[in-house]
Design a protein around this ligand. Structure first.
Ligand SMILES: NC(=O)c1ccc[n+]([C@@H]2O[C@H](COP(=O)([O-])OP(=O)(O)OC[C@H]3O[C@@H](n4cnc5c(N)ncnc54)[C@H](OP(=O)(O)O)[C@@H]3O)[C@@H](O)[C@H]2O)c1
Length: 255
C-alpha cells in the first residue's frame, strides 16, 4: 500500500539510495537536507521515473528548531509520515580541543537530538494509525571503544542502537518497527570530507559496500522487525569481534 516516507540527508549517498528504493516501492517522499538544488533534482527525477509525489524541505538539522519546523511543515501540508529514515550525518576528526564548542553542539544536534526529536514527533501518528517504520542509520563504528581523534561519533551511533532497540520494544505491539542499520565503509560522499580522504585511499576494496545494498538490507530488516542489523559478512564478523574481545584489550589494540 502507498505510504509516505520522510528521509533526512537525502541529497547524497545512503539517503539518496533510500529515496530511490522507497520510491520504487511506490511510496511518496519528503526529502530533507541543506542542499535544496540537489533535493529538487532528485525529486524531479523520482516524480518522472516512479510517478510518486515528492516534497522537498531544505533544512539544516543542526539548527535547534529543525525537527519541529519539519514536523510543522508536513502537518501544514496534510502529510502523514508512515516511514521515517533518520539518515543525515557526518564524521568529525581531530583532537577534541581543536574545535570550538559550537562544532560539537551542532554535531550532537544533527546526529542525536534531531533523530530523537523527529522520532518523537512522528511516532504519535504512527501509533494512532497502527503502522509505522523508523530506520536509524547508525554505524559498525558504534561497536568500537572510544579512541583518540574519534570524538563523539562512536558514542552518538551507539546511542542510536540502544535508542532503536528500546523504542522498538516499546512500540512493536502498536505496529511500529524501529531498526538501527550499522553499515561499515560504504561508497558515498561521507569520506570526501576533510580528514577522511587518506583513510579512503588506504581501505582495501573488499571492505567497501555499495549504498543500494546497505539500503535494501535496512528496509528488509525493518520490515521483519529486526532491531539492529549489520550489512555485509565482513562487517558482521568485525562487529562480532568488537563485541567479543575484552574492552581493555581492544582499547590497547586500537591505541
Ligand atoms: N559512508 C559510510 O561509510 C558510512 C558508514 C557508516 C555509517 N554511515 C552513516 O550513514 C549516514 C549517511 O551518510 P552517507 O555515507 O550517505 O554520507 P554523505 O554521502 O556525505 O551524505 C550525508 C547526508 O547528510 C546530510 N547532512 C549532513 N549534515 C546535515 C545537516 N546539518 N542538516 C541536514 N542534512 C545534513 C547531507 O546533506 P546536505 O549536505 O545537503 O545537508 C547528505 O545528504 C550518516 O549518518 C553516516 O554517519 C556512513
Amino acid at each position: 500500500m502507498n505510504k509516505t516516507a520522510l528521509i533526512t540527508g537525502a541529497s547524497a549517498g545512503l539517503g539518496k539510495a533510500f529515496a530511490a528504493a522507497l520510491a520504487a516501492k511506490g511510496h511518496d517522499l519528503v526529502l530533507v537536507a541543506r542542499r535544496e538544488d540537489r533535493l529538487n533534482e532528485l525529486a524531479n527525477e523520482l516524480r518522472s521515473q516512479q510517478g510518486v509525489s515528492v516534497t522537498v524541505i531544505a533544512m539544516d538539522l543542526g539548527e535547534l528548531d529543525a525537527a519541529q519546523n519539519i514536523f510543522s511543515r508536513t502537518e501544514s501540508l496534510g502529510l502523514c509520515i508512515d516511514i521515517l529514515v533518520n539518515n543525515a550525518g557526518y564524521g568529525l576528526t581531530g583532537k577534541f580541543i581543536s574545535q570550538p564548542l559550537g562544532t560539537y553542539q551542532k554535531f550532537l544536534q544533527v546526529m542525536v537530538t534531531s533523530v530523537v526529536s523527529l522520532s518523537r514527533l512522528y511516532l504519535e501518528g504512527m501509533v494512532d494509525r497502527g503502522y509505522g517504520r523508523i530506520i536509524n542509520v547508525s554505524s559498525v563504528a558504534s561497536f568500537l571503544p572510544g579512541s583518540s581523534g574519534n570524538n563523539l561519533y562512536t558514542g552518538a551511533k551507539s546511542l542510536l542502537n540502544s535508542f532503536s532497540e528500546t523504542l522498538h520494544k516499546e512500540v512493536k505491539h502498536n505496529g511500529v518497527h524501529v531498526t538501527a542499520i550499522c553499515p561499515g565503509f560504504t561508497r558515498t560522499e561521507f569520506h570526501d570530507q576533510e580528514g577522511f580522504q587518506k583513510a579512503k585511499q588506504n581501505i582495501p576494496n573488499f571492505m567497501w559496500s555499495e549504498a543500494e545494498g546497505v539500503v535494501q538490507t535496512a528496509i528488509d530488516a525493518n520490515e521483519k522487525g529486526t532491531m539492529i542489523v549489520i550489512p555485509g559478512r565482513f562487517n558482521r564478523f568485525l562487529a562480532f569481534m568488537l563485541r567479543t574481545i575484552p574492552h581493555s584489550l581492544l582499547t590497547k589494540l586500537l591505541a
